[in-house]
Write a protein that binds this ligand. Sequence first.
Ligand SMILES: Nc1ccn([C@@H]2O[C@H](COP(=O)(O)OP(=O)(O)OP(=O)(O)O)[C@@H](O)[C@H]2O)c(=O)n1
Ligand SMILES: C[C@](O)(CO)[C@H](O)COP(=O)(O)O
Length: 226
Amino acid sequence: MSRLIALVPAAGSGSRIGTAVPKQYLPLAGRPLLAHTLAALLVHPAIDAVAVVISPEDEWFDSYEWPQELAVLRCGGASRAESVANGLVQLALDDDDWVLVHDAARVGISQAALTRLIATLASDPVGGLLALPVPDTVKRGDSENRVADTLPRADLWLAQTPQMFRAGLLKQALAAAPLAEITDEASAIERLGFSPRLVEGEAGNFKVTYPQDLTLAEALLSARAG
Ligand SMILES: Nc1ccn([C@@H]2O[C@H](COP(=O)(O)OP(=O)(O)OP(=O)(O)O)[C@@H](O)[C@H]2O)c(=O)n1
Ligand SMILES: C[C@](O)(CO)[C@H](O)COP(=O)(O)O
């Protein structure tokens, strides 16, 4: 029987948030940011195991206590895609196993969104991702920040994570892709000619990217804690 393994890339530097402490270890509602993301995955009943990819140079991870069942892979690479590809190599996976890749920085992932993704993709031949239909009018800008035109948005979605694919297909896709150009798993799969399924995500599953996102994330997590 195939398994479902969550893989969390957490080897980034958080350059856009610009803090001395790397983004994944910033304190958020009483715990390092990464701990919230891992906790959401570890409690989901359909997920068999959770692995985190950290940088080989990481000097922070060992300062905290982590759940014993967490697999820690110290093989992060120069880009997110490289960290995911390296992590997949380290895990002993069957080609049929599902891999659910989720950004450490998306702390707001809910159990309901995880269940929706996993249930929708269980019988899908390709796999897919959480994504949000674009809610605003979309403008293309020119080099002087003036509007060049307004784009039709009916078919536009904002890609979130988790992104869930069979291990064999994902490994093949990442091995064939120019990793420096790949910003998510789905785009590597697309390059093989497949069309990943879009499953409706949620606004709370945003990626903590800029300093102001921390306030939002803290409010979301505190509200959920009750
Ligand atoms: N070489 C890298 C770069 C990113 N990531 C991870 O990929 C996720 C999404 O990346 P992003 O939010 O862009 O994080 P950073 O790369 O840390 O941020 P920035 O781009 O602002 O430097 C994060 O959980 C991050 O830790 C990773 O594992 N390895
Ligand atoms: C994978 C991702 O979260 C999808 O939106 C996103 O591409 C990762 O962030 P980055 O800024 O591209 O590293």
